[in-house]
Design a binder for this molecule. Sequence first.
Ligand code: G1P
Length: 310
Amino acid sequence: MRTDSSANTASSATKHSVRKAVIPAAGLGTRFIPATKAMPKEMLPVVDKPAIQYVVEEAVRAGLENVLMITGRNKRPLEDHFDGVPLLEQTLEKKGDHERLADVRRASELADIHYLRQGDAKGLGHAVLRGKLYVGGEPFAVLLGDDLIDEQDELLSRMIEVQAATGGSVVALIEVDPSEVSSYGCADIQAVEGEDYVKINELVEKPQPADAPSNLAIIGRYVLHPAVFDVLEETGPGRGGEIQLTDALQTLANSDAEGGGVYGVVFRGNRYDTGDKLSYLKAVVKLASERDDLGPDLRAWLKDFVQSGV
Ligand code: G1P
């Protein structure tokens, strides 16, 4: 018979089954040159916060307060952003500007963030593999900075539950227009009876539309079984000559060993892509127009702007 205390232990173990997040942030940001010539793309402001802060906040909301950022050359501003700034804090304190002081401190108090350089830029799979020592033998999350998930939508916590229930790895999927599949990892899936998640049969990294197994695309949220590390070590270069996380997950999807099996949570909430200039501009406008302080004026201006026929 299950006693109350064993039930509590089980539920708290499930709740804390994932504690660590790996955030790859070593990319060169070439799509945003010249803005990213001397500044990491992760520091581009989305309204008034750097994109990377949204991502760390999302991890923390899902209970992941241990964060490893995989960085590279020219990424020092990331470390500075999540650190204290005594001079600025003292100045704001003296002025009695408590609101801004709280904003400054929020970033440095958010999470326990560690930094590790990727070294050779050999692809996303290689960046994740760099987290092996930090992560150890626990399931962990990977969050890619180009995707922002609306804070009303609890995608990551659902993925953590699905990982605990299945014991495998979990990807987040969205439906995209078939013409867009070549920008994403793409999944062939099957339903799991009675569940809202799906089982992945096959994953293909950035297929041509004609070769795509479906229009279900992987977005930048993963909850992975640590078995992925051994697989990544054996995964050779794939698309673009890079070590692809998608290829390692394809191996896991076909594996019956411990940690095998890959599942998908289909996300139907709001996702903001900041990965290229046009999507980034749309994300800034959408997020600003939803804010109480900026939204009303911005929406009114946008309406006039559109009506003026520019
Ligand atoms: C990476 C993954 C791809 C995934 C995408 C989501 O590609 O390799 O499978 O669909 O992230 O954003 P990237 O956009 O880094 O080229």
